[in-house]
Ligand binder design. Structure first.
Ligand SMILES: Nc1ncnc2c1ncn2[C@@H]1O[C@H](COP(=O)(O)OP(=O)(O)O)[C@@H](O)[C@H]1O
Ligand SMILES: [Mg+2]
Length: 441
């Protein structure tokens, strides 16, 4: 297989990542500009203002500690007093441990940007060896300073370094983003629901399920599309019922003169028995053709889909064929209840079996589940159809034999497709044609 590389790749990647639905895409259209905006605001605010604030708070704490240490150095006799004053005015908690020495030097790496600011400020303001325990206790960090006769240990409440506004700002950013996205999602859902309902209704109607008109909702364009769809559905419904009436009329009107003709012929003494047989055959042919054309014109009709026991249906069709002299083999595995329009599906399968009878001496019909669908095979030992002719012969009025209407395969395909299925003409291994019908369910 050829793999395309180069400029197409990122585009494909993007298509893979981006949500495919209208709801997801519209939400992204709202979300992305907002997130960019918030990020820019956050950067501007935190990048300048908060940085400065944090530095100053750290500077104040370091300055106070430096001031105390300087005082004590100058006058060690007043150490207790200075430490007490610091505790009162700077909300510290200080102790002096005589004769101690600091073990870990220099201070370990600061765990966050705020701590980093403090570490820098301390290094500037304290001219003695010191160490910092960043998480001495919950909410408290401890600065230990090596003095000549011991260690001064100062507990600093983290609150003194903490800038609450940043979190308020962050909460506000996230909160407002969530609020806007939920509002957008709420409004978008109605819009998208309107479009989704429209798509579902169109799909259903296309498959022959008539669920009545849909309720227009959402934006004015979506409502307009829904109303237009309802009107179109209405016109189609009327057209379908007109066609059914007309077809009933046509089939009646055409059959009556044929019957009359047949009667009139039988009463004619001048016609020989042989001629009479020929003419009757012609009339029978005409009747058969009329029926086929009418079948084709009738199309789906208004038959409703119902759950059908597929093996039973196939048994019935094969039984009919067998009784009229066909050599036909049926094999099915397990239970298969499939929702379909029984008359239409019977017509489609009969057409396929009839074709096989015309071209071959032996027919095999089989059905089995294949994943989420059922697969029906109609196989024969005839000449098969060359690959290049398959697509053509599936079209209406394409026939290879005299007297054929060329409608059998075309009707079968229309019916299978209307059931959401597929029909394929294939080679049967061992010669002949294999028709594969796959139906959902
Ligand atoms: N089982 C088959 N084996 C060989 N040829 C087939 C078979 N089924 C159909 N065909 C070919 O496809 C053509 C179209 O079939 P169809 O649409 O049923 O029309 P018709 O049977 O009226 O000709 C036939 O004329 C025939 O040539
Ligand atoms: Mg046919």
């Amino acid at each position: 297989m050829k793999v395309r590389l180069g400029p197409l790749q990122p585009e494909r990647l993007l298509r893979k990542i981006l949500p495919r639905g209208l709801f997801g895409r519209s939400l992204l259209i709202v979300l992305i500009p907002m997130l960019v905006l918030q990020a820019v605001a956050l950067q501007i605010f935190y990048g300048s203002h908060l940085d400065e604030l944090s530095r100053r708070l750290a500077g104040a704490v370091a300055g106070e500690i430096g001031f105390m240490i300087d005082q004590i150095e100058r006058d060690p006799a007043h150490r207790t007093l200075v430490l007490q004053e610091g505790d009162i005015h700077f909300t510290f908690q200080s102790t002096f441990m005589r004769g101690e020495t600091l073990r870990h030097l220099p201070p370990p790496d600061a765990p966050g940007p705020v701590d980093n600011d403090l570490a820098n400020a301390l290094a500037q303001d304290i001219h003695r060896p010191f160490n910092v325990a960043w998480h001495a206790k919950p909410g408290i960090l401890r600065v230990d300073i090596q003095m000549a006769d011991g260690v001064i240990s100062i507990n600093v409440p983290r609150k003194r370094l903490f800038v609450g506004t940043f979190y308020i700002f962050l909460v506000w950013l996230i909160g407002s983003a969530l609020l806007m996205v939920s509002l957008a999602a709420l409004f978008l859902r109605t819009q998208v629901r309107g479009i989704r309902r429209l798509a579902e209704a169109a799909e259903d109607f296309g498959m022959g399920r008539d669920n009545g008109p849909i309720r227009p909702e959402g934006a004015i364009e979506v409502r307009r599309a829904a109303s237009a769809f309802n009107r179109m559905q209405d016109r189609l419904r009327r057209f379908l019922s007109q066609r059914t009436t007309m077809l009933a009329g046509v089939s009646h009107d055409l059959r009556t003169p044929l019957t009359r003709l047949r009667l009139a012929m039988a009463m004619q003494p001048s016609i020989t028995a042989e001629d009479l047989q020929d003419m009757e055959n012609d009339i029978a042919d005409m009747e058969r053709l009329i029926n086929i054309y009418l079948d084709f014109a009738r199309g789906e009709g208004s038959e409703q889909a119902v759950p059908i026991d597929l093996p039973l249906l196939l048994e019935e069709l094969c039984g009919t064929a067998k009784r009229t002299g066909a050599s036909i083999d049926l094999s099915t595995t397990g239970e298969m209840i499939v929702t379909l329009r029984p008359e239409a599906m019977r017509r489609a399968l009969t057409n396929l079996i009839d074709n096989a009878r015309r071209h071959a001496s032996q027919i095999w019909v089989s059905a089995a589940r294949s994943g989420a669908s059922v697969r029906i095979l109609i196989e024969d030992n005839g000449p098969g159809i060359p690959e290049q002719k398959r697509e053509t012969l599936l079209k209406p009025f394409e026939s290879d034999h005299p007297g054929g209407t060329g409608l059998g395969l075309s009707i079968a395909r229309d019916i299978v497709v209307a059931h959401g299925g597929t029909i394929l003409l294939l080679d049967r291994p061992g010669g002949g044609l294999r028709v594969m019908v796959e139906l959902p369910g």
